[in-house]
Write a protein that binds this ligand. Structure first.
Ligand SMILES: Nc1ncnc2c1ncn2[C@@H]1O[C@H](COP(=O)(O)OP(=O)(O)OP(=O)(O)O)[C@@H](O)[C@H]1O
Length: 314
């Protein structure tokens, strides 16, 4: 499925390279995000995700290539009027109250969301009179994401929006992000939590070493790396796991082989498994858009109980 939108892209990145001294943070990256899409940017530390967001938001310029935001140069104030952003770290004036900060930020926009409404949307209405310096890390994070939405943006860039949040805080923030998306806002988010990308994103862009390794729907990304994980306990009772492209065929072969087994479980490969496959060896490896090496027909065998995200959370 081609989810790129050549026309009317909200975010358009074409052939962009950006270096910092000797470090190539982005290496000929191209990416279009269409209106109303919710795109998850996934990549290990130092992959280039934040650099990409900084170019899209106009905070930095590319060395070569072009970046457009809402059809304009992102350094143009008119383009940024439609943008909301939560950087990885947000400095908030410690002595201002939460409500005052929201009032202040909203005051910069012609049609800001009323402060009580915004605070309620992000579940922090009880904090309105608290000084921001007294907030916990998770509370600050929720406020930071709320501030990105204050001006009713058409597009929001969220850099690791839920880092440091507990489970309840993360779930609440996911709901708020989904609400914004349902209201038509285009969302581009980075995360280290694969379950977060799996829960929220319709489209996943995997970046490593400044290059796009994959850009597709979540379902297609999962399909590219072996469809299912089959696990069972063998004759000695030890649990075995296999990542296989065709679980039916695998189970037929298992039965035919006469191997004794119990507790057979089959489930779709998680995004974590897909991500591990995609980024394996990318340092010396594939160029932009290069398909990953598919697992061997017999699958990837693992001993033990395995790890990672169980199933889709959508
Ligand atoms: N201002 C800078 N000066 C020098 N190097 C930089 C600068 N900003 C980023 N880099 C380097 O560029 C590369 C990409 O960094 P970037 O912050 O974009 O990665 P990231 O994918 O956001 O990583 P993380 O998940 O750790 O936040 C890294 O090697 C980083 O060290």
């Amino acid at each position: 499925m081609n989810l790129n939108h050549d026309d009317g892209a909200v975010v358009s990145v074409e052939g962009v390279t950006r270096t910092f001294g000797d470090v190539v943070a982005l290496d000929d990256v191209s990416l279009d995000v269409g209106p109303g899409e919710l795109v998850g940017l996934l990549g290990p530390n130092g992959a280039g995700k934040s650099t990409l967001l900084s170019l899209v938001s106009g905070l930095r310029r590319p060395d070569s290539g072009t970046v457009r935001l809402l059809g304009k140069d992102p350094t143009d104030a008119a383009a940024r009027a439609g943008l909301g952003m939560t950087p990885q770290e947000t400095g908030l004036p410690a002595t201002l109250r939460v409500g005052e900060v929201v009032d202040f930020v909203g005051g910069h926009y012609p049609d800001a969301v009323p402060t009580p409404e915004l605070l309620t949307q992000f579940g922090i209405e009880d904090l309105a009179r608290r000084q921001t310096g007294s907030l916990s890390g998770g509370q600050r994070r929720r406020l930071a994401v709320a501030l990105a939405m204050a001006g009713r943006p058409r597009v929001v860039l969220l850099d690791e929006p839920t880092t440091g949040l507990d489970v309840a805080g993360r779930t609440a923030l996911w709901d708020a992000i989904r609400d914004c998306h349902r209201a038509g806002v285009t969302v581009l988010l980075t995360s280290h939590y694969l379950e977060e990308i799996q829960a929220l994103a319709e489209r996943v862009v995997v970046i490593d070493h400044g290059r796009v390794l994959a850009d597709d729907s979540l379902a297609a990304i999962l399909e590219r790396v072996g469809a299912s994980r089959v696990s069972y306990a063998g004759p000695d009772g030890a649990r075995q796991e296999h990542l296989v492209p065709d679980s039916d065929e695998f189970v037929r072969d298992l039965v035919r082989s006469g191997t004794e087994f119990t507790g057979l479980e089959i489930r779709h490969a998680s995004l974590e498994e897909a991500f591990t496959e995609l980024t394996k060896g990318s340092a010396d490896g594939p160029g932009p858009g290069t398909a990953p090496t598919p697992p061997a027909r017999s699958g990837i065998a693992r001993q033990g109980s395995g790890h990672g995200t169980e199933g889709a959370n959508r």
